[in-house]
Structure formats: structure tokens, C-alpha cells
Design a protein around this ligand. Structure first.
Ligand code: GTP
Ligand code: MG
Length: 312
């Protein structure tokens, strides 16, 4: 693995400054802008550009052959959601080497699916898992080990083991959230992490960057965060699952009520996007929206005591 000091233009002093400004990995530098680095490391444009370019080379962010892409995609893994009908519309479950976004209003089941995936990823492939561990970055304090216990029981996993295999962190600020994503990269490098959940991706961004004036800055930072998440998923062949709340406001009657909060940055950067809406009682409807290779089909599932399941 390449360290900061191995990059062109980075000596010990600059490496130190970069680290204290939060750039811990080559990947984080590869997605930075020259302006950010000039400020963070107190260097000129030329050095900043050199550092970024060499980080991009090291992180292999340029072109690759289609045959290499094909080879990589042969190893795509899928994590079952617990509902076969939901799995079907997304081609067999949540994919590795990509970012899947689920969006919907409060109570639509975003966090419940997140919990279920943390359990299911631990199962062997023939049962819909990847024999892997999960990381759960929680921004709304919604992670519930008790719920994991119910779901583990639902799929016949040993409870102690199920909880051991999920690493949970509570993010307090957007910077903290981004740092935790970097830490996830370190953990993935060491072991068999196959799923990284961020529930929710956008809530802290929304509170920290409120008002029209902060919009551009928010979108830029969110874009960088997402780029790092994509990179993480591809680098370690793992699935990134992000949640995003949408409010169904009365004024949305005239617009698209399913437009998620992140706006365009989010809209065009997730690999798969699933829109969730409430139906009767514990029934939910999921719709796959603007996927590059799959039709926009819908599926119905239920949030049962044992977890996410097909309708009876
Ligand atoms: P926000 O985070 O508020 O945007 O909502 P969300 O989309 O994350 O909703 P969440 O996944 O928390 O879904 C909440 C729904 O899941 C509740 O309305 C319940 O119907 C169901 N639910 C939550 N916990 C349980 C549980 O322990 N057992 C069962 N059977 N259902 C549950
Ligand atoms: Mg939630």
C-alpha cells in the first residue's frame, strides 16, 4: 500500500501537515482539489497539483482496459435484503463494487434494511451473504443491537457472533463522518469487511450546511465524500449502502416528491438507487430508479418481527 511519503512532492513536513488536516490516505488526496491542498499543506499550486496527480496515479484513478473492468465485475458479490422480490429488482441483492442509495420518507424502512444487510452479509453465499463483516456509520443514533438480535435469530445466526461482526460508529459532524469513512478503508484493508452502511448519508450535511448560501459548499463536500465511498467499494470489493431521507412536503405536489435531498450530486453518483414508500401497516414498496442497466421495476416487502421479508 502506498503511503503519503511515497508520493511525488510530499516530504515528511508536508505529509505531517496533510495528516493534521485530515488527509490520511492516498485516496483522500486523489479526490482533493488543488485549492484545498494549497490551504491544508501551505504549498503553492504547482506542488499541490503534483501531489494530487501522483496520488491519482498511485490510487489508479485513470483509465483501465475494458477487459480489466470485465474481470473485476466477474467477482461482483451480492447481499440479499431478506426479500426475494426486492432482491430480484436489483439483480440479486445489494452489489459490491458500488454504492447503493435507498431514499424515502421517515419510517419507510431505510434503517431496517440497513440492519438486515449487516446481518445478511455474514451469511455464506448460498444463503445470500458474503461471509463478511459490516461497518455501520450511524449519524442519527438509530443503530439498535436488539434489532440485530431479532434479525440474527431470523436467519439462524449465532447472536454473539453476529454482534461481533458489526463495527458501529456514531458520527457527530460531517468531518467526523468523512473521517470514519476513511477509517473504514483502513479496516477493509485489514480484514473481511464486505459492507459499509452510512445511515444517513445526508442528515449531518443538511444541518451543518443550511441555507442557500451554503449549498454549493455542501454539494462539493458531499461529492468528495461519495467519490471516496465509490473508491472504497471498488478497492476492496465491498458494498456501500447509504440512506437518504426525503420529505413529502405539500409543495412537492407540483414537483417530483421522490427527489432526494442531496440533489444532483447524489442523484447521479450512486450505482443503484431505490425509492421506498410506505404502504399498508408494515408493508413497503420499493422502486428501482434510474439504474444504468436494469428496468425501473417495483417490489413489495414487509418489515416483519424476524426482519425484511417477502409478503406472506
Ligand atoms: P427515518 O430514519 O426516520 O427517515 O426512517 P427509516 O426509513 O429509517 O425507517 P425505519 O427503517 O426506522 O423503519 C421504521 C419502521 O420499521 C417502523 O415504522 C416499523 O414499522 C418498523 N420497525 C422498526 N423496528 C421494528 C421492530 O423491531 N420490529 C418490527 N416488526 N418492525 C419494526
Ligand atoms: Mg432511519
Amino acid at each position: 500500500m502506498t503511503g503519503l511519503e511515497d508520493l511525488g512532492g510530499v516530504g515528511p513536513a508536508i505529509a505531517e501537515k496533510l495528516r493534521s488536516a485530515g488527509y490520511e490516505s492516498v485516496e483522500s488526496l486523489a479526490v482533493a482539489t488543488t485549492g484545498e491542498l494549497m490551504e491544508a499543506a501551505e504549498v503553492g499550486t504547482r506542488i499541490a497539483a503534483k501531489v494530487i496527480n501522483s496520488a491519482r496515479d498511485a490510487a489508479k484513478m485513470g483509465y483501465e482496459r475494458a477487459s480489466e473492468v470485465m474481470e473485476r465485475r466477474k467477482h461482483l458479490g451480492h447481499i440479499s435484503t431478506g426479500s426475494q422480490s426486492l432482491d430480484r429488482i436489483i439483480d440479486g441483492g445489494i452489489e459490491t463494487q458500488g454504492v447503493t442509495e435507498v431514499f424515502g420518507e421517515f419510517g419507510s424502512g431505510k434503517s431496517q434494511i440497513s440492519h438486515q444487510l449487516c446481518v445478511n452479509v455474514q451469511l455464506p453465499p448460498e444463503q445470500g451473504g458474503l461471509n463478511g463483516k459490516a461497518i455501520y456509520i450511524d449519524t442519527e443514533n438509530t443503530f439498535r443491537p436488539e434489532r440485530i438480535a431479532q434479525m440474527a435469530k431470523g436467519v439462524g445466526l449465532d447472536l454473539g457472533q453476529a454482534l461481533e461482526n458489526i463495527y458501529v460508529a456514531r458520527a457527530c459532524t460531517t468531518d467526523h463522518q468523512m473521517l470514519l469513512a476513511e477509517k473504514a478503508e483502513e479496516m477493509a484493508r485489514e480484514g473481511d469487511v464486505k459492507l459499509v452502511v452510512i445511515d444517513s448519508l445526508t442528515s449531518l450535511f443538511r444541518t451543518e450546511y443550511c441555507g442557500r448560501g451554503a449549498l454549493a459548499e455542501r454539494q462539493q463536500k458531499l461529492g468528495r465524500h461519495l467519490a471516496a465511498l465509490h473508491r472504497l467499494s471498488e478497492l476492496h470489493d465491498l458494498a456501500v449502502f447509504i440512506t437518504n431521507q426525503v420529505q413529502s412536503k405539500p409543495d412537492a405536489f407540483f414537483g417530483d416528491p421522490t427527489r432526494p435531498v442531496g440533489g444532483h450530486v447524489l442523484g447521479h453518483s450512486a450505482t443503484a438507487r431505490i425509492y421506498l414508500r410506505k404502504s399498508k401497516a408494515n408493508t413497503r414498496v420499493a422502486k428501482l430508479v434510474d439504474h444504468p442497466g436494469l428496468p425501473p421495476e417495483s417490489a413489495t416487502f414487509q418489515i416483519a418481527e424476524a426482519g425484511i421479508r417477502d409478503l406472506n
